[in-house]
Design a protein around this ligand. Structure first.
Ligand SMILES: Cc1cc2nc3c(=O)[nH]c(=O)nc-3n(C[C@H](O)[C@H](O)[C@H](O)COP(=O)(O)O)c2cc1C
Length: 195
């Protein structure tokens, strides 16, 4: 049976949740990371292709590798966060399709570079959105960012060129004391048509 989530749950995932880059001292443990992936992996993707790959950055060594790729306005808060996630897309994601989409041969669809890039980035972005919702569902706060030099990040983390970064997220248990008010959202009438 499906039903609307309880108001508290909706509030945790949507109403109260913010893009947050400041966190308290609590670490994000490995069991929570596994729970996070187990929810995120259920995101729908075209052809069930699941092009997103996730690198969790927690050690001082890995953070030092990440730091030079970050924009100056994102660097300090990203290094201070208990955990960062790099969401990348696998430029050869279609090689997994025989396992992920058994019984259908769609190899002929993924021959053009532009089609591969479009499907890979679109679906990985969708998976990143699910990661944010999954993290909020587990009580984490998330700060997504595209303010980084993707070429520099890819050289530092994905030197063989197969994975390509899309998004960096700060993750932890949020400290909301310095959050500004939420930015306005478009009204239903301004964003939605019902035909
Ligand atoms: C794709 C994307 C890129 C973003 N890039 C940055 C960034 O580089 N630095 C930053 O501080 N916030 C960044 N943000 C956070 C947005 O500014 C924030 O999600 C938006 O203002 C809504 O805020 P709210 O979730 O608190 O309502 C990014 C968010 C998204 C989804």
């Amino acid at each position: 049976m499906t039903t609307t989530l309880a108001p508290d749950a909706l509030d945790q995932i949507f109403g109260q949740a913010r893009s947050n880059h400041r966190f308290d001292d609590r670490a994000v443990d490995d069991a929570t990371l596994r729970d996070l992936y187990e929810l995120t992996k259920l995101a729908p993707t075209g052809f069930n292709a699941q092009p997103a790959r996730y690198v969790f950055v927690r050690s001082a060594e890995a953070k030092a590798r990440l730091a030079p790729a970050l924009s100056s306005s994102n660097r300090e808060k990203t290094l201070a966060a208990p955990l960062n996630a790099i969401v990348a897309w696998d430029s050869r994601f279609f090689e997994h399709l025989p396992d992920l989409l058994p019984g259908r041969d769609v190899a002929a669809y993924f021959v053009e570079d532009e089609r591969i890039r479009a499907a890979g980035t679109f679906n990985a972005a969708l998976q990143a959105a699910f990661l944010i919702v999954a993290a909020r569902s587990l009580g984490l706060d998330v700060g997504p960012m595209t303010g980084f030099n993707a070429e520099a990040l890819d050289a530092a983390f994905f030197p063989d060129g197969r994975l390509r970064s899309l998004l960096v997220l700060n993750l932890g248990y949020g400290d909301r004391s310095e959050l500004r008010g939420r930015g306005p959202r478009l009204a239903f009438e301004d964003a939605v048509s019902v035909l």
